[in-house]
Write a protein that binds this ligand. Sequence first.
Ligand code: COA
Length: 320
Amino acid sequence: MTTRIIGTGHFVPEHIVTNDDLAQFLDTSDEWIKERTGIRRRHIDTGMGTTAMAAEASKRAIENAGISPKEIDLIIAATSTADEIFPNTAAMVQREIGNDRAACYDLNAACTGFIYGLNTAHAFISSHMAKTVLVVGSETMSRTVDWEDRSTCILFGDGAGAAVVAADDAGIEAVIMGSDGRKGEIIACDGRPAQSRWMSQAPRNPYMVMNGQEVFKFAVKKVPETIAQLLSQAGVGAEEVRHYILHQANERIIASVAKRLHVPMERFPINLDEYGNTSAASVPILLDELNRNGALKRGDRVVLAGFGAGLTWGATLMTW
Ligand code: COA
């Protein structure tokens, strides 16, 4: 018995911001952004928020799975951009989908969040602590970036993606997760003011700071290493995997991973041209697009892989 994805869904805001739109107020160009990242446009939230996007993606995943929301006994929301500190995003999604008994919590592993969530759901199902789990990745990255910092803001977009998973005979075959907190400052967001009646610290930078080149170097080394380790755990060859669904951060990172694994680029689907980097939402958005357009066939071997702030990384091998 293992864990199978039985339904997927996604939601992205309607409002589109193109590279040319950014060039209106930033010293950048469509050509630079396309060439260095592959991104052409991104969908940006104009007020809906992380929870509402997560709820919409979740409803679509539940409908796609053909189950009642009441069957869900665990909801994991992967996000680093929750609307509130508490209640947690997962509990607010629970309210929206019409479920009043599931355990609910948020998980913050930045852009690796959905993979961490899915692997955690697998652990719960394997240990019989849950039967049906909703994992949703939702992010309003547009609120964490400084729109005057061209080295970060051009990369990100908003959206949500979700998957319903349940116990089944076939599905997840191997999982892997890791972190290296020593490199936490390479991509970080202080966010909240550190003030209280008894504490007063200098105001923090509310926006993300990132050393892009260090993140790039980390990703092109760590992601292929992680996937190789994952495949070797399961005794599966890289060529036996039909789809490599990677975190959508930069097309050059994905091309480098494909090269290091000696796998043709056509097995690495890409949608970052349309959405940019939606952090924990990127893998489930792409997964849902492939599921709905019929690209995923029963029996296909699929690898999901992510990396991000922490630094964190993770991957999942499954039979669809
Ligand atoms: N438009 C135009 N020029 C820009 C620019 C922009 N949006 N952003 C940076 N530049 C400039 C820099 O100022 C620099 O100018 P200089 O040579 O005069 O100093 C030049 O372009 C090269 O900058 P560099 O940082 O070396 O570019 P790069 O090829 O490393 O690309 C990133 C920058 C951010 C696209 C790339 O490092 C990257 O994608 N890193 C990974 C980031 C990531 O994925 N983060 C999320 C992980 S989950």
